[in-house]
Design a protein around this ligand. Structure first.
Ligand code: 8YV
Length: 319
């Protein structure tokens, strides 16, 4: 008997085709969002779940999952939506989809840097609303990206691709991570052992770290105060790493010239002031949203499922 797999969201066609071939999938063709209770109900009799970051597996949800469920094979690299300790406690295997989305997420980060620095949101709004009337040497003057210093928090797989792309703009790369990387991975990036050491070197600051209790509100008012005046902040990791009130105050005062955000606290009900400010460049959590990457994420989740049901260790096991 093929294992039963609950798939919480509509996945790319090629991924769903493979699911139909190898499993008994419970698909979600209308892509409706499951409530917590509906998710638990839909998992009845399932052997596995493929969720996205839109489903939260708190300790309470994990405790209520039917005993038949043995693996959560996430369609995401981030797994902060899963209480990993609770999963381990129940003997549930958890996997993620690293590597395959690094290029797409780094591309989006570069877009955020360019969009925020060159005021792309403002410019687009001006043209679209027919409010563009004139041109002058002082019109829509932004911040040049080329040759500036980019500070990266978390020089992991995505951070390193962002660094490579940014070098194409002759940027000098600085980084903070829990540990200094070997020099072949650093590729000339300058290590700072604490976020406080990193901040003064960031004309641009990009987050590529995971959301944990330790990184929650990592960008707070004390650290913003250490940034050079007119720094630009971008985030394509998780909203939790930013203290929204502190960043909004800095965007208003000009201490931070602009930000580019793809991820937020409490998505999609983001802090309303981000929408009101002119110097924010805002994307709706689309870091990995390319056809190539979404296919690859699905296949990677299925590779993990295939290994698990063949009695092998899934490659991307995180619990
Ligand atoms: C996805 C992401 O869009 O993989 C992640 O961690 O944040 C995004 O790339 C989303 O999480 C898919 O579930």
């Amino acid at each position: 008997m093929k294992p039963v797999v609950l798939v919480t969201r509509k996945l790319p066609e090629a991924v769903e085709d493979r699911l139909r071939r190898d499993y008994q999938p419970r698909l979600n063709p209308d892509d409706r969002l499951y409530s917590r209770d509906a998710l638990i109900e839909a998992a009845a009799g399932a052997d596995a779940i493929i969720p996205c970051h839109t489903e939260r597996f708190s300790a309470e949800v994990i405790a209520r999952l039917p005993a038949s469920v043995r693996i959560i094979a996430n369609f995401s690299v981030g797994y902060d939506h899963v209480d990993v300790e609770a999963a381990k406690g129940r003997g549930l295997v958890v996997t993620n989809t690293p590597e395959v989305l690094s290029d797409a997420t780094a591309e989006l980060t570069i877009l955020l840097m360019l969009g925020a620095a060159r005021r792309a949101g403002e410019g687009e709004r001006l043209v679209r609303t027919r409010a563009w009337r004139d041109w002058s040497p002082s019109f829509m003057v932004g911040t040049q990206v080329s040759g500036k210093r980019l500070g990266i928090v978390g020089l992991g797989r995505v951070g390193r691709v962002t660094a490579r792309r940014a070098r194409g703009f002759d940027m000098e790369i600085h980084y903070h991570d829990l540990q200094r990387l070997p020099s072949d991975l650093e590729a000339g990036a300058i290590y700072h052992p604490t976020p406080e050491d990193l901040m003064p070197h960031c004309d641009f600051l990009a987050f590529h770290c995971v959301a944990t209790p330790q990184t929650r509100k990592m960008l707070n008012s004390d650290r913003i105060a250490l940034l050079p005046p007119g720094a630009i902040v971008v985030n394509a990791s998780r909203g939790a790493v930013i203290d929204d009130e502190a960043l909004i105050a800095a965007l208003k005062s000009g201490k931070v010239a602009a930000d580019g955000l793809d991820v937020y606290n409490n998505e999609p009900d983001i802090h309303p002031e981000y929408r009101e400010l002119p110097n924010t460049f805002l994307m709706p959590h689309i870091g990995s949203a390319t056809k190539e990457t979404r296919d690859a994420m699905g296949f990677r989740a299925l590779d993990n499922l295939d290994a698990f049901f063949a009695g092998r260790e899934p490659k991307d096991r995180v619990a």
